[in-house]
Write a protein that binds this ligand. Structure first.
Ligand code: HEC
Ligand code: HEC
Ligand code: HEC
Ligand code: HEC
Length: 153
């Protein structure tokens, strides 16, 4: 082996181990920076699917993970990127009040409509309440409150 190819081998090995090290640090649940909220648990959406800027919320807007993620008692979780997290829908498909419209449905239709309704309620409560409070506190309109500004066409 010539000197050049030896150097090449060493550099390649170093690069590969660097990749393993950095991915090792972030093992766990991967979360997309931007999440289209078309949750697998229900298929039909009446409104355009919301595009949620997960990374911006956590980093640029400096909102702590526990403001959105909590345990099975609703208690804020202390998390860091890479930690495993349950999807909101795992719990929020089965709590809260059902509108009469949905109560009247039967079978599969009712099940799907119920999951969607419960999820929607939890999302709206989380997203919109914070946005309202933020705008009030900062006397601004930066955080969207209207349907159209979240459910973008
Ligand atoms: C402003 C609210 C908010 C903040 C802040 C936030 N998250 Fe999330 N996160 C969400 C929502 C909503 C989802 C679920 C999106 C969906 O339905 O797929 C999610 C999804 C995730 C997922 C993927 C779960 C899955 O089922 O695939 C992980 C992992 C995660 N968040 C970790 C974190 C960590 C770690 C932090 C803090 C550094 C954080 N999140 C901050 C709202 C937030
Ligand atoms: C492990 C189960 C679990 C997961 C996962 C979960 N929640 Fe909850 N959540 C709860 C429970 C239980 C309560 C009720 C606490 C109470 O009654 O005080 C709650 C309460 C709430 C509330 C306030 C009550 C309401 O509906 O108005 C909001 C908003 C909310 N969750 C949003 C979210 C969001 C957004 C996510 C995902 C980022 C999420 N939850 C993930 C279990 C969960
Ligand atoms: C705890 C507070 C908080 C929660 C919870 C929260 N947001 Fe926000 N959001 C903000 C703030 C603050 C801004 C504006 C920051 C700025 O522009 O300076 C914002 C901005 C936005 C924007 C416009 C800018 C962008 O990044 O796209 C959208 C859309 C948005 N939020 C969607 C959501 C959705 C969807 C959820 C629920 C899954 C959510 N937010 C939950 C605080 C919050
Ligand atoms: C701060 C952001 C935000 C605002 C403002 C908002 N929503 Fe949503 N909404 C969401 C998120 C996130 C979901 C979860 C799934 C999705 O994207 O469809 C949702 C879900 C829904 C759903 C169930 C899914 C579907 O499309 O059938 C309906 C219906 C809905 N919203 C209607 C409305 C209406 C009507 C308004 C205005 C009065 C509104 N939303 C305002 C964030 C928002």
């Amino acid at each position: 082996m010539g000197t050049i190819s030896k150097k090449f081998v060493v550099v390649t090995v170093l690069m590969i181990s660097a990749i393993f090290l950095s991915t090792g640090l972030y093992a766990g649940t991967k979360v997309k920076d931007i999440i289209p909220m078309n949750n697998k648990a229900y298929k039909k959406h009446k409104k355009p699917v919301v595009i949620f800027t997960h990374k911006k919320h956590a980093e640029d807007y400096k909102i702590s993970c526990g403001d959105c993620h909590h345990d099975d008692k609703g208690k804020a979780l202390k998390l860091k990127m890479g930690d495993n997290v349950q999807n909101c829908i795992e719990c929020h498909k089965n709590t809260g009040k059902l509108p009469k419209k949905i109560k009247k449905l039967k079978g599969k239709k009712k099940k799907a409509a119920k999951i969607k309704e419960m999820h929607k309620e939890a999302m709206h409560a989380n997203c919109i309440n914070c946005h309202k409070a933020f705008n009030k506190k900062t006397k601004s309109k930066k955080a969207p409150k209207s349907c159209k500004k979240c459910h973008l066409k």
